[in-house]
Write a protein that binds this ligand. Structure first.
Ligand code: NDP
Ligand code: MG
Ligand code: MG
Length: 341
């Protein structure tokens, strides 16, 4: 069975003799750095000289150094720059300044699992991965609430890697909610599959197909938008609270019968086969190779796909409707600042 840890299983004072370098002050970085600091851990933020995040970190009362200087001062290095720049930052700023017994920590295992970063054997390599966008990690901490997280140990050179990572997880607020033990392979492969097949890729494709089917059949774009996109939040909220069962209990019998008889026809065995293919590309490293090459080439397909997504009619209809209706007002400032995953 899966091990889950809570506040009582962890001791932040384990990090009393450490300085933690938080590299990056973006979505995760700003949350980890401030939560650690307020939990009494010594923190130094590592940012480039010309970093656009520098003023924010300083305004939050944190010490900022270059990534190389931050790593030299620290015994615990939390790598929270984007995945695509981590191997360069590792080569230039981290590796030359690591010492035996230091901890190198990630919030996502991509670069370790696919061998883009190969740390020396005499350091601990760990992961504390909040299962949430950074802005919620911060907000929950401020509200005395927790954010569920994952913990994994890739290398335990000191024999203390687990206790230390658990202390970090507690200091950023994850152990208030629960920290699930996993390993780098499981975290990376399940995370990539989930975001591609279900959470980000699958859901947006489902919404667009539904919208297009209605609009092509002559229904109004506004009605199609409400039905296929806007209402999704209400349904997902019910699933979040009570699982699929809670959702089925709340919708009408008509919706339940229609969904139960039609859902598997929409997402049929061919969808399952496509999912298995996508999972295989994650497992055999094909996806990651493609993404690394895409970055090396200056992201031509990525930019093109992003633009096409922005140009889709559903975006223009949605923007118009969100301006007209009040529901978007309260949440727009949040969703702008949150990079959900
Ligand atoms: P962000 O894109 O928000 O990180 C941006 C920060 O990194 C900025 O402070 C930026 O500063 C700095 N940065 C960018 N490039 C460099 C560079 N070359 N050298 C130094 N600093 C740089 O990252 P995330 O928080 O989204 O992701 C960090 C890690 O957390 C990743 O491993 C990700 O997979 C993981 N994660 C992210 C989640 C999320 O919700 N976003 C959820 C769970 C895990 P500058 O102004 O200098 O560019
Ligand atoms: Mg992810
Ligand atoms: Mg209905």
């Amino acid at each position: 069975t899966t091990e889950i840890y809570y506040d009582d299983d962890a001791d932040v004072s384990t990090l009393d003799n450490d300085t933690v370098a938080v590299l990056g002050y973006g979505s995760q970085g700003h949350a980890h750095a401030q939560n650690l600091h307020e939990s009494g851990v010594d923190v130094v933020v590592g940012l480039r000289e010309d970093s656009s995040s520098r003023s924010a970190a300083e305004a939050d009362g944190l010490t900022v150094e270059t990534p190389a200087d931050a790593v030299s001062q620290a015994s615990y290095v939390s790598v929270l720059v984007p995945d695509t720049v981590q191997s360069a930052v590792y080569e230039n700023a981290i590796e030359p300044n690591l010492e035996a017994g230091d901890t190198l920590q990630f919030a996502h295992g991509l670069n370790i699992h696919y061998g883009q970063i190969q740390p020396p054997k005499d350091i601990d390599v760990t992961m504390v991965a909040p299962k949430s966008p950074g802005h919620l990690v911060r907000r929950n901490y401020e509200n005395d609430e927790g954010t569920p997280g994952l913990l994994a140990i890739d290398q335990d050179a000191t024999g203390d890697a687990h206790d230390r990572a658990l202390a970090y997880a507690k200091a950023i607020g994850c152990a208030r909610a629960g920290v699930i033990e996993t390993d780098f392979q499981e975290e990376v492969e399940s995370d990539l599959f989930g975001e591609q097949a279900v959470l980000c890729g699958g859901v947006t494709a489902l919404v667009k197909h539904g919208y297009e089917t209605l609009v092509d059949a002559g229904y109004s774009p506004e009605i199609a938008y409400f039905e296929c996109l806007n209402e999704l939040k209400l349904i997902v909220d019910l699933m979040y609270e009570g699982g699929n069962g809670g959702m089925w209990d709340s919708v009408s019998d008509t919706a339940e019968y229609g969904g139960l008889t039609r859902g598997e026809r929409i997402l049929d065995d061919s969808v399952r086969e496509n999912m298995e293919e996508v999972l295989e590309e994650v497992q055999n490293g094909e996806f990651t190779r493609e993404w690394i090459l895409e970055n090396q080439a200056g992201r031509p397909s990525y930019n093109q796909l992003r633009q096409a997504e922005k140009d889709h009619e559903i975006e223009e209809v949605g923007e118009r409707l969100r301006d007209l209706f009040a529901w978007a007002d309260e949440e727009s400032s949040e969703s702008e600042s949150e990079k959900a995953e």
